[in-house]
Design a protein around this ligand. Structure first.
Ligand code: SAH
Length: 229
């Protein structure tokens, strides 16, 4: 899944991964069960491979600082159009950084970094305490997932938490993305450097007509909490 693949998808409007609503795991673990609202302003959530995810708006409106990285300028323009106004734009040799203010929200600004996730440095993610990984790790084929996990391990600091959402299905039944990621693989990718807690597992095939039509015979969604050691 090189960047051209994704630029193409955005150009053609093939963005089936985009969810119209708020991700339920995010709502549960960072809303209902999350930190008290007055503690949230000290938390900064990194959303890797963020697309134009609504989850970033929700995080910002809920009091968290947010930083996303996304390669597609179309995704970022669409996000700005739907959410607010760009109040700052800064370029370096690797990325363009936008600071976006919600027009109707009094939440914190959202920082969006346009460019390649693999070019991020620790300095770009200064202050990050949490990561929300939905459709990011699983957007990548196996060899890239190894690179991604290695990069994530380099970027994060001790105590940083990640909410990772994966899909698991018989990989031979469908070509990704999204790719199937098993619990064994999560352990292989992150086990040495993160404490891994499995928080929830759901059988979702009956709700996913699109994947039934593609021929899947089973499909589970798993939410993990990873804590950087
Ligand atoms: N997490 C988002 C989008 C998931 S799809 C959501 O839940 O809606 C994966 C996204 O990652 C796409 O928008 C694609 O353009 C972007 N992407 C893929 N590889 C990337 C990379 N190396 N750097 C930055 N963005 C990338």
């Amino acid at each position: 899944m090189e960047l051209d693949f994704w630029h193409n998808r955005w150009q053609k409007g093939e963005t089936g991964f985009h969810q119209a609503g708020l991700n339920p795991y995010l709502a549960y673990f960072y809303g209902e069960k999350g930190p008290e609202p007055d503690k949230r302003s000290s938390l900064k959530v990194f959303v890797p491979l963020c697309g134009k995810s609504m989850d970033m708006q929700w995080l910002s409106k809920s009091g968290y600082a947010v930083i996303g990285v996304e390669c597609s300028s179309i995704a970022i323009k669409n996000f700005v159009k739907e959410y607010g106004v760009t109040i700052d734009e800064a370029k370096n040799e690797r990325h363009v950084k936008y600071t976006i203010n919600g027009e109707i929200s009094d939440g914190a600004c959202i920082e969006l970094v346009q460019g390649d996730f693999f070019d991020l440095t620790e300095a770009d993610l200064k202050g990050v305490t949490d990561v929300f990984d939905r459709a990011s790790l699983i957007a990548l084929p196996e060899t890239m997932r190894k690179r991604y996990a290695k990069k994530m391990t380099q970027l994060l600091n001790t105590g940083n938490r990640t909410l990772l959402v994966t899909l698991t299905y018989p990989q031979h039944e469908m070509n990704g993305p999204p790719f199937s990621v098993t619990e064994d693989e999560v352990t292989e990718l992150y086990g040495d450097n993160f404490k891994i807690e499995k928080m929830m597992v759901k059988d979702i095939l009956s709700n996913e007509q699109r994947f039934q039509e593609l021929g899947l015979t089973s499909l589970t969604e798993t939410a993990y909490k990873l804590t950087r050691l």
